[in-house]
Design a protein around this ligand. Structure first.
Ligand code: CMP
Length: 205
């Protein structure tokens, strides 16, 4: 596969979490990826088990440390004291809450494909904490929550969606949630308009 084809065929894994499903945001969220030109190559509803959720979040052995560090930094940036200085201790509590949150109702799992799919989806999703995620992003536009509120109630931050953080993470997560035959290879006519090297005959003339 050429480098170009690899870029165009990049895939990312995405979850519409139980709070977003309950709030009737499946259409709103999906629309954002469709309108930027990404291609939906797999989709299904599911009710996850706690084991599957834990395995998902610990696919990356670094996830616990990174999530803990991000949380500590989030507190300090706001001039607040984090509940612990130990990233792993923080993440253990987060994981407990996540298992409750992510198994509390149906979720929608998706695979989106297109150039730079991982980065594009993360840009549209916004930062993890809705309080600080940018206006215009999914988490910035449709929800209010913060680490502070979540920690006070011993629960996970309700941030509507999950999106893979890197190409490698996406590969692992896609394998964790989908069988190969559930992912469909197909072409969209608009790919010609967006990426065809030669535009002769593509734009209608
Ligand atoms: P997600 O993108 O699915 O990745 C990990 C999830 O853990 C994150 O979204 C939030 O739902 C949750 N989360 C991350 N950090 C914290 C935290 N400090 N407190 C509570 N929940 C968190």
């Amino acid at each position: 596969m050429s480098h170009e084809t690899q870029i165009k065929g990049e895939r990312t894994f995405f979850i519409i979490k139980p709070d977003a499903v309950q709030r009737g945001l499946v259409g709103e969220i999906t629309k954002r990826f469709e309108r930027i030109g990404l291609k939906l190559v797999a989709v299904k509803t599911a009710v996850a088990t706690p084991e599957h959720v834990e395995a998902h979040y610990t696919l990356d052995p670094e996830w616990k440390r990174i999530t803990g560090e991000k949380t500590i930094a989030g507190y300090k940036k706001k001039g607040m004291t984090p509940p612990s200085e130990d990233p792993l201790e923080i993440t253990d509590a987060v994981l407990k809450g996540l298992k409750v949150y992510m198994t509390s109702g149906p979720i929608v799992c998706m695979v989106w494909e297109g150039p730079h799919a991982v980065k594009i989806v993360r840009k549209i999703v916004g930062g993890t904490e809705p309080l600080t995620s940018d206006v215009g992003t999914i988490r910035g536009d449709y929800v209010i929550d913060s680490y502070q509120m979540a920690d006070a109630d011993n629960r996970a931050v309700r941030n509507l969606v999950h999106a893979s953080g890197s190409v490698k993470e996406a590969e692992n997560e896609i394998k964790h949630w989908f069988k190969p035959e559930e992912i469909i290879d197909y072409k969209l006519i608009q790919e010609q308009v967006m990426y065809a090297p030669e535009i002769e005959g593509v734009f209608g003339k």
